[in-house]
Design a protein around this ligand. Structure first.
Ligand SMILES: [Zn+2]
Length: 287
């Protein structure tokens, strides 16, 4: 059973939660789980480089068997070996490498089998809402912090200094929301970010972000994913036609199709200290 030579076709960016596929390769891992590679999948894997959105919950079915997908990760192969997640030694799109979705299961179908992949649609939807809210909140935060910059900074799609891009340290999508951390370190301050009086300003910043989010959600703008192709490593972007302009953010995750699906979006901001470095955290929630 040779390893695949092309990237997996993925249907989750278009919102698919079910699909049929052919088993291309299976391989037992040290953990005892089996990695199943398919020609196509609706199952969103956790990304190796930017693991913000976790794996879908899914089941692979064939004949009388329903096998739970215990984990789903991005993997890569040079045709000789399969490298999972953080073991991948090359950059996405490297010449001679195929990037694939590895479904980790306890019971694997034989190679060549036609299988059905069914994703837990409710869990996916909660993550999609959380991911869209996360992008929207980052734009609102950039705008609310725009007067704290004393130097020119690359701007986001709406023309605000891109604080999110400059300072984001971790981003985690959770069902219905997200959790982001931003390091307000020396290098950020050198770029012109003013931390003076920031703790006192937090309530006002929070209010400004939440007011902006309420305005945007009320507009009910459409959200879509633009993509260069239907394979795992093809470039994809989140596009939202906000009243103030079209926002485009590179993104490999899944999303709502309209801001009206989010209900209400609110953030809470907190300022902590990590060994002398101020860290801003933003928790985003939909309701
Ligand atoms: Zn994203």
């Amino acid at each position: 059973m040779p390893l695949p030579t092309t990237d997996t076709v993925v249907s989750y960016p278009a919102g698919a939660t079910t699909g049929t596929a052919t088993v291309l390769h299976t391989e037992t891992l040290d953990s005892g789980l089996i990695a199943v590679l398919l020609d196509s999948t609706p199952c969103h894997p956790v990304d190796a480089g930017w693991p913000d959105q976790g794996p879908d919950r899914a089941t692979i079915s064939w004949e009388q068997v329903n096998s739970e997908v215990v984990d789903c990760v991005v993997a890569a192969t040079d045709g000789i070996r399969l490298y999972l997640a953080s073991e991948i030694p090359v950059r996405k799109g490297a010449e001679g490498w195929a990037f694939v979705v590895a479904h980790l299961v306890e019971v694997a179908p034989p190679v060549g089998t036609e299988v059905t992949v069914a994703v837990d649609a409710e869990h996916r939807r909660a993550l999609s809402l959380g991911h869209t809210a996360c992008h929207l909140a980052s734009l609102a935060l950039n705008r609310a912090l725009s007067d704290r910059w004393t130097k020119e900074l690359p701007t986001d799609a709406l023309g605000s200094p891109n604080f999110d891009q400059a300072a984001n340290d971790t981003s985690t999508i959770v069902p219905g929301g997200s959790f982001d951390t931003y390091r307000l370190n020396k290098s950020l301050r050198r770029k012109g970010f003013t931390t003076e009086g920031f703790a006192d300003a937090l309530p006002a910043v929070t209010d400004a972000v939440n007011a902006q989010l309420a305005d945007w959600v009320a507009a009910g703008s459409a959200v879509r994913i633009d993509r260069d192709g239907d394979r795992l490593t093809d470039r994809r972007s989140w596009v939202c036609a906000l009243p103030d302009g079209e926002a485009v953010i590179p993104c490999g995750g899944t999303h709502a199709t309209s801001l009206s699906e989010l209900g209400t979006v609110t953030v809470t901001l907190e300022l902590d200290d990590a060994e002398g470095t101020p860290v801003l955290s933003m928790r985003t929630a939909t309701a």
